[in-house]
Design a protein around this ligand. Structure first.
Ligand code: PGA
Length: 266
């Protein structure tokens, strides 16, 4: 039986769909990614995807792999750019986002290894700034992101762009760079690392500017623990104190897929 259609909320801050369950939302997200790949490949011969990690998008990757196995989507012409990586971090470490992506998407599909880009947690300290700048150049030279898949942190972070006291103009201009992790982010990551002390103190993150430049931005948030960040992003003022609210500046390109508990504050 098909899942009930999501409820659409009209908001000047973005297009919002509210689902009864995360499952159908993730299924729709994956199907929109497949459609985006087909459109971009038809138009330009390639598709550029910005990808997210964390617990939220896991079912999205499962569905993408299923559609690949069903012969409905090839990743051969796809180039992917992940949002973030801990620093320092080995790609062989099971906690790394490179390992997460390898397991859930890169290995099961036909994506060429040199088209699957994740910020590198092994570059020497002195080379970090250049590596991050280079990542932004790769995205720009690829023609920009056709679609950015995004989650949101409990504190409103997007990627690892954490809340700050920057002006809105400064926050909107943030490039890809190394950042200290916010205590709430560290607490959430401790779940996977086993303890707070095991979580790296810093990470590399794609900046606010390249995220917001994507032609379509799909934001997923599920569960009551995300309600405050979702309300702050969609209802609150545009402020660097809630990085998700910066998405309001490109509202016509942002689609939010929520479940009822995450949408409770709207
Ligand atoms: P989560 O993380 O999907 O594990 O909740 C989202 C985020 O921090 O962006």
């Amino acid at each position: 039986m098909p899942a009930p259609a999501p409820r659409r909320l009209d908001s000047a801050a973005g297009t919002v769909y509210i689902y009864d369950e995360p499952g159908p939302a993730c299924r729709d997200a994956a199907d929109q990614i497949v459609a985006c790949i087909h459109r971009a490949v038809a138009a330009r011969g390639r598709a550029n995807l910005g990808l997210a990690t964390g617990g939220t998008p896991i079912p999205v990757y499962r569905r993408l792999v299923d559609r690949h196995r069903a012969g409905e989507c090839s990743f051969a012409p796809v180039h992917t750019f992940n949002l973030d990586e801990f620093y320092p971090m080995s790609p062989c470490d099971p906690q790394s986002y490179r390992a997460y992506m390898h397991q859930r998407l890169f290995a099961p599909v036909d994506l060429p290894a040199n088209q699957a880009h994740v910020l590198d947690g092994t570059v020497p300290e002195a080379a970090v700034a250049e590596h991050c700048a280079q990542f932004d150049r790769w995205i720009a030279e690829a023609g920009g992101l056709d679609l950015q898949l995004l989650g949101i942190g409990r504190n409103g972070h997007i990627g690892f762009n954490e809340p700050s006291e920057l002006s809105v103009a400064e926050a909107l201009a943030l490039p890809t760079r190394r950042v200290p992790l916010h205590p709430m982010t560290t607490a959430d990551a401790a779940r996977d690392f086993g303890s707070t002390e095991s979580v790296p103190l810093t990470a590399l993150t794609v900046g606010v500017a390249p995220i917001l430049a994507a032609r379509t931005i799909l934001v997923l948030a599920f569960g009551a623990r995300k309600a405050e960040a979702v309300a702050g992003s969609l209802r609150g003022p545009i402020t660097a104190a809630c990085p998700g609210s910066l998405l309001q500046t490109v509202a016509d390109r942002v689609v939010w897929l929520l479940d009822e508990p995450a949408a409770a504050g709207l």
